[in-house]
Design a protein around this ligand. Structure first.
Ligand SMILES: [Zn+2]
Ligand SMILES: [Zn+2]
Length: 376
């Protein structure tokens, strides 16, 4: 079961990234994972290959357009006259066109070949914790599968399909239309070139039956919203024993009550008391890794200031390293003071010279200057 990572994710760019952004992201990553820089490291080499493949696709406008529509499926079927796609039958012609322009392939003349089964989409919700740790999950999908009794042939076991008499196995017949001779799919065998005389009872001659399928899905650590996982050959069975399509799992990461995520960075808003802001101290943040991260607060910190803890964020998808944890501090003004606390604060207020808060002092000094300019 292979897992495919989204090309945009590999290059760490938005889906809307223009050529310039794409190129610079590619160069940065290619430098980082270049085999010369990481001699003997199989991980880097694999990553380097993936990056090159991703850039090779996205830097070509036609390939990129195909990728945006069909994902990896656009490049895995080749020009052998086979087609498949999300949404089933309605899409076939369209995809055939695209393959023709990209690969110069398309349908070979003569007998129409068996078509690959359709690709399927499965949406899965996961928590941010799942995205952090990775997860093994089992899903149940209702999908057509090759009929076992007839092994996908559609013919009663022990019998087989015979060549179509009308088209002599070509799958197409010629007909006069006005002045022209036109070719159209054979009405007897519907283009297959073969006829089943004794259809399999189990699948009514279709060669495939709908059944619930239970599948193991391995979600790697570091996935994000929109990451797609491809389960090769787990889509719809192809008609009459043709290869199955793929199943794509689209991941949706739920909102977290504490963290927001930007790529590999985890962000959290963190309220602190005004005494801690003034005197300094530390805050403890329970990370997704199960550890408690202690972050030092320097004395005199202001509201809105961000502090970063390296290596306490999200893991990098299929790579090494971990992003950062960033907390944004919000100084909370106390609202429930005891009489004693009020007394202490009044005492503090009485001792203020204005030098404690240079920003406020500077601001009011400027107002004073502007006022005296006006009255001079
Ligand atoms: Zn025929
Ligand atoms: Zn059957």
């Amino acid at each position: 079961m292979s897992t495919e990572i989204d090309f945009y994710e590999l290059l760490e760019v938005e889906r809307t990234a223009d050529d310039k952004v794409l190129k610079s992201a590619y160069r940065k990553l290619a430098m980082k994972f270049h085999p010369d820089k990481n001699p003997g490291c199989a991980d880097s080499e694999a990553k380097f290959k993936q990056i090159n493949e991703a850039y090779g696709c996205l830097s070509d406008p036609q390939k990129r357009a195909a990728y945006d529509r069909y994902g990896h499926a656009a490049f895995q079927q080749g020009g052998g006259g086979q087609a498949g796609g999300f949404g089933g039958g309605g899409d076939f012609g369209d995809i055939g066109d695209i393959f023709e322009t990209i690969f110069g392939g398309g349908f070979a003349g003569g007998r129409q070949q068996a078509r690959r089964g359709a690709d399927l989409r499965y949406d899965m919700e996961i928590t941010l914790e799942d995205a952090f740790h990775g997860k093994d999950s089992e899903i149940a999908v209702e999908v057509s599968q090759k009929c076992e009794p007839c092994a996908g042939s559609g013919a009663t076991p022990g019998t087989s399909a015979r060549r179509c008499n009308l088209c002599k196995g070509h799958g197409k017949v010629r007909a006069q239309q006005g002045f022209f001779m036109v070719e159209r799919p054979c009405p007897t065998c519907h283009g297959r070139g073969e006829v089943i005389e004794s259809p399999c009872k189990h699948c009514r001659g279709e060669g495939r039956v709908d059944a619930e399928q239970r599948l193991q899905v391995n979600i790697p650590a570091g996935v994000d919203n929109g990451t797609r996982i491809r389960l090769a050959g787990k889509g719809e069975a192809g008609p009459f024993g043709a290869p199955a399509g793929d199943l794509y799992i689209f991941l949706h990461v739920q909102r977290h009550n504490m963290f927001e995520r930007e790529g590999t960075t985890l962000m959290a808003r963190c309220p602190i008391s005004f005494t801690k802001a003034a005197l300094g101290g530390e805050v403890e943040i329970p990370g997704l890794d199960g550890k408690v991260h202690v972050i030092e607060i320097p004395a005199g910190i202001q509201s809105g200031k961000q502090l970063r803890k390296r290596g306490a964020g999200m893991p990098v998808l299929q790579g090494r390293g971990v992003g950062d944890l960033v907390i944004e501090l919000h100084v909370e003004t106390p609202t429930k003071l005891s009489a004693r606390q009020k007394e202490l604060l009044r005492e503090f207020q009485a001792s203020e010279t204005g030098e404690e808060c240079p920003q406020s002092k500077g601001f009011f000094d400027r107002i004073k200057d502007a006022w005296s300019d006006l009255t001079e």
